[in-house]
Design a protein around this ligand. Structure first.
Ligand SMILES: Cc1ncc(COP(=O)(O)O)c(C=O)c1O
Length: 463
């Protein structure tokens, strides 16, 4: 093993943490290796034990090392195998003063469930296994608020449930699927699980890039997965013009006559932008998914899926041979929340508050010399010089963010600030992937102190 002290050029907490992180990346420090004690390294470097201790805390908070009390600190082994691969490094670690790595809504902005819970009947229903799986009043309400007149709607256990069931129905081993780059890591994991080749298509401020999509369609993908609003991680929302253009590209492609579009409106009611859907133009080819996780709470585990009857009915039938349906108790709660005036007002407040937080953080970043577009939704996608250094430097300041690599469908070559090249065919380079080094910051969780958080984020872009 190389001498750690010799590797440290800058003996500040973030400098020490950065040096250790690089040794872990290069493999000089392997999972399970024991690190020197705080006192040993402090003496070697001629710094105070507190300085090394801060570095250790930063590394622990990003999951690179783990403390085992008196036995010392160790390089962490691959964590949490129950998590999907790309989520393992994102799983929460204790110790951050401000955890902006999660992509989740602010619990303080979620509606109060108490009154809705009290209106659920005190005994579970006895409905037949063959009753309609969706409460009629909820279905009527979903139809009314759907972005286009849809054939069939069902209720599912969240957006990811809808997407995985749709993919289950539509994909065969070896098929190709178009994904956004950058995109949502669990979708990439899901496609790998199915043995699917992903075709990365870049996005800009208006959504998927039509020319890149057109090129991708020549490879006859079975499915296109896109996020119409508050794209995670990039925070962009598709415009109506772009939706029309993408629909035209899909309709006119001779090699994509059977391609189905899955739209993941995961941010739903917290998006500040209007609903836009390719279903307006291609209703027979679009499965549109709406999640209530960001607006009403991830733990409700509820979402809706709409599309052509033939596809939706097959998904409903398949679910009947497993979980059956989404509990009518949950559906009752959702319906109550959607019709209760104070809950509707609370979600309006949440939407406006996320918008204000995004503006305040973007302004603080601009004041510190980093100009960004103000994103929609809860996330901010920030280009940085060195992703790992940025994550570690922020952790040393008590802020946890997500490293960008997991969100890239097509990865940049290791170590290089080069344009990302698709890992499996077709270059997919837009401004939102150029450079290949990013962090995703859940700006929606920053409640105050925007100037100092903005300044720390700005500094991390140059780390
Ligand atoms: C893009 C995207 N899709 C799907 C989900 C998951 O949604 P749900 O909780 O409804 O399964 C998330 C959650 O953050 C997301 O960001």
């Amino acid at each position: 093993m190389k001498s750690i002290a010799l590797e440290v050029e800058d003996a500040s907490p973030s400098g020490i943490a950065g040096a250790i992180a690089r040794l872990i990346t290069s493999g000089d420090l392997a999972p399970g290796d024991r690190l020197p004690t705080v006192r040993e390294l402090a003496a070697d470097l001629g710094v105070s034990p507190a300085t090394v201790s801060h570095a250790w805390q930063a590394l622990a908070s990003v999951g690179l090392i783990v403390s085992r009390g008196r036995s010392g600190s160790f390089v962490r082994a691959a964590p949490s195998t129950w998590l999907p691969p790309r989520s393992r490094n994102l799983a929460g670690q204790p110790g951050a003063r401000l955890d902006l790595s999660t992509g989740t809504p602010d619990p303080a902005l979620l509606p109060n469930l108490g009154p809705a819970l009290s209106r659920v009947s005190s005994r579970a229903g006895t409905s037949s296994y063959l009753d309609s799986p969706v409460l009629p009043e909820l279905e009527a309400m979903l139809r009314e608020s759907w972005p286009y007149p849809v054939d069939a709607i069902t209720v599912v256990d969240g957006a990811l449930d809808a997407i995985s069931r749709a993919l289950d129905l539509l994909l065969r081993y070896g098929d190709r699927v178009v994904v956004e780059n950058p995109g949502f890591p669990p979708i990439f994991d899901l496609l790998e699980h199915y043995g699917i080749e992903k075709i990365a298509v870049g996005i800009d401020e208006e959504g998927m890039l039509p020319r890149e999509l057109s090129a991708a369609l020549t490879r006859s993908p079975a499915v296109i997965v896109l996020q119409p609003r508050s794209q995670n991680p990039a925070g962009v929302s598709m415009t109506e013009e772009r939706a029309k253009e993408l629909a035209r590209v899909i309709r006119s492609s001779r090699t994509a006559q059977k391609t189905i579009v899955i739209e993941d409106d995961h941010s739903g009611e917290i998006s500040t932008k209007p609903q836009v859907s390719l279903g307006t133009y291609l209703p027979e080819r679009v499965l549109h998914v709406r999640s209530f996780s960001k607006s009403h709470g991830p733990d409700l585990r509820i979402g809706a899926l709409g599309g052509p009857t033939e596809l939706v009915d097959r998904i409903v039938a398949r679910r009947l041979l497993g979980p059956g349906w989404t509990s009518r108790m949950l559906q009752t709660i959702l319906y109550d929340l959607m019709t209760d005036a104070s809950t509707v007002a609370a979600i309006d407040v949440a939407r406006v508050t996320y918008g204000q937080r995004q503006h305040a953080l973007s302004a603080a970043l601009a004041a510190a010399g980093v100009c960004t577009r103000v994103p929609d939704g809860v996330n901010l996608w920030l280009p940085v010089d060195d992703e790992r250094a940025a994550v570690v430097q922020l952790a040393a300041a008590g802020i946890r963010v997500a490293a960008g690599t997991a969100f890239l469908a097509a990865q940049a070559p290791a170590g290089g600030r080069r344009p990302a090249a698709a890992d499996d065919g077709g270059a997919a380079v837009s401004e939102l992937t150029r450079g290949g080094q990013f962090i995703r910051v859940t700006a929606g969780l920053v409640r105050d102190d925007f100037a100092s958080v903005g300044a720390l984020l700005a500094a991390s872009t140059r780390a």
